[in-house]
Write a protein that binds this ligand. Sequence first.
Ligand SMILES: [Zn+2]
Length: 145
Amino acid sequence: MPPSYNEGMRRCLLLVLAGALAFAASEPKTQTIEGKLTIHPDAPATLETPEHQVITLDGDTPTRKVLHDERISGMDAQATGHFTAPGKFLVDPQYKRALLVRKDGKLKMVTYWCDVCGIRAYTPGPCVCCQKETDLDLRDPDDIR
Ligand SMILES: [Zn+2]
């Protein structure tokens, strides 16, 4: 076999490999993880899997706000997104309903309700209308349109 043929094959394989790596880096694999959620006041929330792996959660701005709400600390949660590093998980954008908590065996969306105005919010904090602190309101995803 002439040496030039070998060289050509090697380059070809390297190109294929580089292409595969670039694809893997730009298209992270979407995964769903589940475990016990713990909210930390001064640090990102963590999820402990049934295998006792502790995963740090991050997300978009509304997801981060929810992940600082102590009222959901200790609940079983399910997050859809992808790992950005070992033990670090980026939750998909909130509009995708990527973060759910389990209550009475059912997965629920984390929402917030102002009973004065009848306004629902998706981040904790004061009501946009009357500034009253909203109540945590876990809802069936089917109930929210
Ligand atoms: Zn209100």
